[in-house]
Write a protein of this length. Sequence first.
Length: 569
Amino acid sequence: MEKDTQGKILIVDDSSSVRRLIHDLLEEHGLQVICAENGEQAWQLFQHERPILVLTDLQMPVMDGFDLLSKIVETEPDIPVIVISGIGKKEDVLKALRLGAWNFLEKPLDLKILLHVVDKALDRQRLLALANNYQQLFEQSVSERTKELERIIEEKTKAEREIKQAKQEWERTVDSTSDLIALFDCNHRVLRMNKAMAKAFGMDVQEAAGKQLCLYEQHFADSDQKCLHDQVMTDGKPHNCELYDEQHDTHFEIRALPSLDPEGKEIIGSIFFARDISERKKAEKETALLHSQLLQAQKLESVGQLAAGIAHEINTPTQYLGTNIGFFSEAFQDLFRVVECLQGLIQEGRSKPDCSGLLKKAEQLLTDIDWEYLAEEVPEAIKQSQVGVQKVTSIVQAMKKFSHPGGREKAPEDLNGIIETTVTISRNEWKYVAELETVLDANLPLVPCLRDEIGQVILNIIVNSAHAIGIKLGENPSGNKGLITIQTTAADGQAEIRISDTGTGMPEEVKKRIFDPFFTTKEVGRGTGQGLTISHDVIVNKHHGSIKVDTIPGQGATFILHLPLGNKH
């Protein structure tokens, strides 16, 4: 049983031993429990605590279980109430169910059944909470509840009146929802159908009973999807699909479950649930668009934040290029004088046998211009200028690759190349606080990925590592540096990237939240709390990989990324 930290379970029983038994059992399974000894006390607790589940006896002083059940259903109809009673009368069972009880258990309690029923009730509550009271998987809960009600009544009596009562309960329940629900026998004949499904077929509920219908032929004739009923009858497993009704511009999510005989052994048909998910599809498109815009905004923000650093990185080689060009200009003037002198020497040497004066003049000129210095420094200046040009070129090319819009479809990419490009453009973010080492697997195969989004993920982690090291070093008057290490390997059909730093690390409570939207430990103006959230979405949702962090407070952190080497959709 999964621990639920979102609410409490209220136990109501005038027997202290029963209360204690249930209380200890549920607490052992990680649940929060509150108790009351009568209906009046339970009602006060209910209003104050708003529990997520109520387990109540029927016969109690002050206020009995029926009155308590009525008040709860009237006030909070979505909170399940499980009736626990030792009376065992059929009339009490039916009365409790009609009043809205979620289930009925007899004393003495079978603790395994109790835990099972409580677990089912809490599952229902979790689903309601996760979907903002929009009944996700309602079809399954209706099926399970219908079978449970029918089983309870069949165990109590085989009388036709109780069976009819269960059927009416099912019809009232499924007719209250806009979802399309129907039960078919093995030959596509309708056993039961709610009003929403009947309307989709263009008939009323009574007219549909006994007819041989196919959901696909009748309502989705253009679909290539194989009939879910046939699949269920073939393998006895639940099947799902999504279909688009072009005529009404509506998207449907369809789920088919096997319908079993009373003994639960033989498949006698199928249970169909169809839900209009057009709004959800619209929301998904809007969410995808917003995510794309957010990713692009963060990319532009990163480019903007890196611009100053990149300008500084380019400025340094540009400065010594300018200095060398000035040096070349002055050196050329001196060399020009030497060439003029040599030209004069050549001309006069042709007509005068004694050129000693000119030779002395040439020697003095070489001394004046410090030819030995020029002969040593000019080649070095040329070499230095070439290195500067190469550095500027590499920075510009890296920035061009990083900022160039990537494709919307995954393509085989050089992961090592993406890392090297990102390291280059982020140099000014880390060079003052850390050395950065790369240990890249030269045999790493091409990885199917979205190049620009993977680059953004790596950039986010490198910048975070640099900031963590900077915080650890503080003002750092001694000029010490930390270390960032990036390593790539491939194993078990996955490419692995490890980005380690010697920064501050993080405590467990921070580690648990680092991928939460807008969570940040940085000072105002330095972090938005979106970088790692987007990184998690890119790696896990878009690439079907994984991202985790190993960290020791005060010693550093290692982000471990895995990307499949084969395409997954």
